[in-house]
Design a protein around this ligand. Structure first.
Ligand SMILES: Nc1nc2c(ncn2[C@@H]2O[C@H](COP(=O)(O)OP(=O)(O)OP(=O)(O)O)[C@@H](O)[C@H]2O)c(=O)[nH]1
Ligand SMILES: [Zn+2]
Length: 347
């Protein structure tokens, strides 16, 4: 399985952060105040495709490289960047990225649980769409749990997209996730050509959503239905790289078509496809961040020992639940999620 391939530069890799260092860092620079704003749509071997003047008549994609002054700082899909140089987007022309704006969120993955390195995969996403087939391949709850933990840790809202509803019913799976209150949508291929796609888009409007899913779950079928071909990148960037878009293994941001009846200029939302990126190593996950997705349990952690794993004898959450402040099923779900950190992928 191709789990290590990723188009990130070396400098997207950094050592596991200390507790303090794990929050998004400010990357604003005072220089280049005249730089144009752009958003990184995809990365291909050091060439960044950026959208500039978004939402205007002059909106266009341009190709850029990282300015030397950025040093080893990583630039990833979803980053808001400052661009200087030739911004025409003409074939053969390269602009320069001189600045990376502070990130509202970062989705990281480690290559594996015991790999000390992590990479930022996507910046500034709002949501994580976890694409799961109801059958063929069979859904695996541990895998879903891993993705949920990664979403909660990154501060992204998880969305379960359950595909292939023509093959199996969603209820048994949904029952497992009911205590978590996870947003979900059920799809089937035949329906995606019609109203099905719009039902999924309703969960994505105005947001930036990262799609992940294992091979064969129907992610490509889904993304193609959500983003019609004419919404996709045009070919001029490839004139610079000399390579087709399909060779890219970096994440790729695709804009949704406008919502029916939407106001002009309203942001329709972004689908961020992640080829070759199937699951998460969880070595960088912090229980304290995951608990934030359980606001009903957060006050109960006040009596916890420092750096509580929330799954140890001194954890104050048992008493909190026993006193009736929260539902035991919620604590059970939290602990199930946190325990995926210690399990191997695919359990
Ligand atoms: N029965 C059924 N089959 C589906 C559905 N959606 C997709 N498929 C089929 O499942 C297979 C895998 O779909 P893809 O869209 O290629 O899946 P993927 O997740 O992109 O897989 P990779 O291309 O390996 O990454 C294809 O044969 C699809 O036609 C569905 O709703 N029902
Ligand atoms: Zn605790």
């Amino acid at each position: 399985m191709r789990r290590y391939d990723n188009d990130s530069d070396e400098d997207d890799i950094r050592a596991r952060p200390s507790r303090k260092g794990s929050r998004p860092r400010t990357r604003t620079r005072p220089t280049h105040e005249d730089a144009a704003e752009g958003m990184v749509l995809t990365v291909d071997r050091g060439r960044y495709t950026c959208l500039v003047e978004a939402g205007t008549k002059r909106e266009r994609e341009i190709s850029a490289m990282k300015a030397r002054e950025l040093g080893r700082k990583g630039v990833v899909v979803g980053d808001r960047v400052g661009l200087v140089g030739d911004l025409s987007g003409e074939p053969g022309v390269l602009a320069r990225i001189v600045r990376v704006e502070e990130r509202a969120s970062v989705l990281r993955r480690t290559a594996d649980d015991d790999d000390p390195y992590e990479r930022i995969v996507v910046a500034n996403a709002d949501k994580l769409a976890i694409v799961i087939a109801l059958a063929d391949p069979e859904p695996r709850a541990r895998l879903i749990d891993r993705c949920l933990v990664a979403a909660y840790d990154a501060g992204l809202v998880p969305l379960l997209v359950l595909t292939k509803a023509d093959l199996a019913a969603p209820e048994p799976l949904l029952d497992i996730y009911a205590p978590l209150g996870v947003e979900h949508v059920v799809t089937r291929r035949d329906d995606l050509a019609g109203e099905g796609a719009e039902r999924v888009r309703e969960h994505l409007r105005g947001l930036s959503t990262v799609f992940i899913g294992h091979s064969g779950v129907g992610k490509t079928t889904l993304v193609n239905a959500l983003v019609p071909e004419h919404q996709r990148s045009t070919g001029h960037v490839n004139a610079v790289t000399g390579r087709g878009r399909h060779t890219t293994v970096s994440a790729l941001a695709l804009r949704l078509p406008p919502a029916p009846g939407a106001a002009r200029g309203a942001e329709p939302g972004w689908v961020i496809d992640t080829p070759g990126f199937r699951s998460f190593g969880l070595s960088h996950i912090e229980p304290a961040r995951v608990v934030l997705a359980f606001p009903d349990l957060v006050p109960g952690t006040e009596g916890c020992p420092r750096a509580c794993s929330h799954d140890e004898p001194d954890c104050a959450l048992d008493a909190w639940v026993a006193e009736g402040h929260a539902d035991a099923a919620r604590l059970y779900s939290l602990r199930r999620l946190l325990s995926t950190k210690d399990s191997r992928e695919g359990d």
